[in-house]
Each structure stands twice: as C-alpha cells, then as structure tokens.
Write a protein that binds this ligand. Structure first.
Ligand SMILES: [Ca+2]
Length: 351
C-alpha cells in the first residue's frame, strides 16, 4: 500500500513538473509544416532589409512561412516605427515588434529613411498606419526572443539576421526569466533550427583573413559573443556580400514595378530619398533560401568561423562544423534572384 502511495506521489510530482515547465514541448508535439521565422533587422540603414521583409510578408500571406516577430536591432524608436508600418501595410498589424536598447551607438546609415514613419497625406494624416504611438511599451529585443522561443516547438525556429548581432548576443547571455527557465544558449539549442546571418566577405576563393563586413563591424564584440556562444549543434548559414552583390534592383525599376499604387512604403522611400547609393540585394538572399529551399543558392562545405583579434574572418572547413556560407551563381542565377524579389513588389492581391 505504501509502495502504491509512493508511486502515485512520484507520478503526480512528475506531472506537476511537466505542467510548471513553460519550456516543455512534449516529444509528440506536432512540428510546424512551414518555417517559423523571426526576422532581426537593422531597418533604416539601407533598403535591402525592406525587400527581405517584403518577401517574408508575401510568403507568409501565401502560407509558405509563419512570422513570429520582428526584432529591430538598430536602436531608436523611429526605426521601430518603420517596422511597425511595414507590419501594418502588409497585413500583419499584430505581429510582435521589439527593439534593441543596449546595442551600438553607431548611427551611421547608408540611407536613413526613418522619416517615412511620419509622412502625411494632403490632409495631414499619417500616410501609413501603425499599431503603436509610443514605442517605450514594446519589449527589449532579447526579451521578445526569449518569449517567442519559449513558446515555439523544439527545433522549429528560423532566425533571419539581416542586421547587427547585438540582440542575439544579448539573448545568448540572458538568464532564466518569466518566459523560460533556460539560459539563452540552452533556449537557442532547444528551439532554433537554423540561423541565417548576413555578414562577411567570404568567397570560395577567399576564405582566410577576409573583411567581416558592415553588420559585424557595427558591433564586433557582439559578433564575438555570437560566434563564441552559439551552440555548435545548431546550424548557421552565413550570407556573405558576394551573392547579393550580383543582384541589383535599380531604383527606377523598383518605382516602375510598383506602378499600381503610390501608397506603398517602398515606393515612397524610393521617391522621397536618394536610394541610388550602389546598394545591392544582400538581405533578401536569406529569406529566399529559407523559403525557396537550399537548391536555390549554393552552399560551402561545413566548417567553423574564426574571428581574430585583428577583426578578420576565416573559414575553417570541417565536416562536423555547423557553419556554411552562401555562394553566388552565374548571371542567369542572379536574374532568377532578381525576378523572385521583383515578384514581391506586385499588387498585394496578386500573389
Ligand atoms: Ca540590413
């Protein structure tokens, strides 16, 4: 009888522990059938982030992915406001937004189009709707990361990092909180399927001591934290400059492709700001591969990334490594990439 009571106690204790553990996803929890995506962007630095986002909204509208949240890793409420208007314009007004508040103070921007958030029509009304009027109420980026990851199925989340790695660094160094009993590293290990990171100037012909690129140099210490702490059993795909360098979406073509309306955030940005700065479609390479599949963009063999004290990047081939990097194709491939991006500029009801 005593043994039976003990057994009941053990079973009840186990059930209680399971119920209390917010991170618990039982082994038979159904895995999502489409990618579950968090985008982490330095929006308002250059316009390629906007095309990466536009692709994701359109894919989500088609049911080809599920958007979990938008992390703005460039500090400043006006940057969050632009992410907010993008969510609203493409039909996702309740998609969570968070903001980096402990990142880099470097404000350099190639094209600062953040004033678009305050653009008005002839009657003085905001041209683009937003969900928030006060961005002090949205969470810090790493806290939203923790909430979204805690609620996700194990191994299900894709992070698309098209900006500065400070928010992910803050996630990795975070501790247990109201959302999860796991450390940031363990939360990533358990919940993340794959990280894409637009960074470096790696190419097959140049794998040693190459430039880390803009995103890493905006916050080298955060990049070091990411590279040191990221779990070695969670895949990372680096998207270097080279593939995007081959894909140019000329400003006049952007405006022409959106000839079906003037009330469009990308068109307004291209009409109101000088976007003829030589930028290329770097950031869209990340969602394109995640949604269209790995056959779309070539990948290096597996390996590791080394970021040395002289701020140079090297790629060390290792079949057990969790890092690969994207490799550009030929001109026909670049045309195909551009056409996929251009298709996302079509009328909202047409895809
Ligand atoms: Ca970017």
């Amino acid at each position: 009888m005593k043994r039976a009571k003990n057994l009941i106690f053990i079973v009840l204790t186990a059930l209680a522990l399971v119920a209390c553990n917010k991170d618990n996803t039982t082994p038979d929890q159904q895995q999502p059938t489409v990618p579950q995506i968090i985008i982490d962007t330095d929006i308002c630095s250059s316009t390629d982030d906007l095309f990466a986002m536009q692709l994701l909204y359109r894919y989500a509208s088609q049911g080809r992915c599920n958007l979990l949240g938008v992390i703005v890793d460039r500090m400043g409420d006006t940057n969050a406001a632009v992410a907010d208007l993008m969510n609203n314009y493409y039909g996702f007004p309740t998609l969570p937004i968070a903001l980096e508040r402990n990142g880099t103070n470097e404000r350099f921007s190639y094209i600062n189009y953040s004033p678009i958030a305050e653009a008005t029509d002839d009657n003085g009304n905001l041209l683009f709707a937003r969900t928030y009027s006060d961005y002090s109420s949205i969470p810090d980026g790493y806290i939203l990361y923790r909430r979204l990851l805690a609620n996700a199925a194990d191994g299900s989340v894709t992070i698309i990092l098209t900006g500065i790695p400070s928010t992910i660094a803050n996630l990795l160094t975070s501790s247990a909180d109201q959302y999860s009993s796991l450390s940031g590293v363990e939360l990533v290990r358990r919940k993340v399927k794959r990280l894409y990171f637009m960074a470096t100037k790696l190419e097959p012909s140049s794998e040693q001591n190459v430039s880390p690129g803009y995103n890493i140099m905006m916050h080298p210490n955060a990049a070091k934290t990411l590279l040191q702490m990221w779990p070695d059993d969670v895949d990372v795909i680096i998207s270097p400059s080279a593939p995007g360098n081959m894909v140019e979406y000329k400003p006049e073509l952007v405006i022409n492709d959106i000839d079906w309306t003037d009330i469009h955030p990308l068109k307004q940005i291209y009409m109101q700001f000088d976007c003829n700065t030589g930028q290329r479609m770097w950031d869209p390479m990340l969602p394109l591969q995640e949604i269209e599949g790995d056959d779309l963009i070539g990948l290096s063999p597996r390996g590791h990334i080394v970021f040395n004290d002289e701020n140079k990047i090297s790629f060390i081939t290792d079949p057990d490594g969790n890092y690969r990097y994207q490799i550009s194709g030929d001109e026909a491939w670049a045309d195909r990439m551009l056409n996929l991006i251009r298709a996302s500029s079509s009328p909202l009801h047409s895809l």
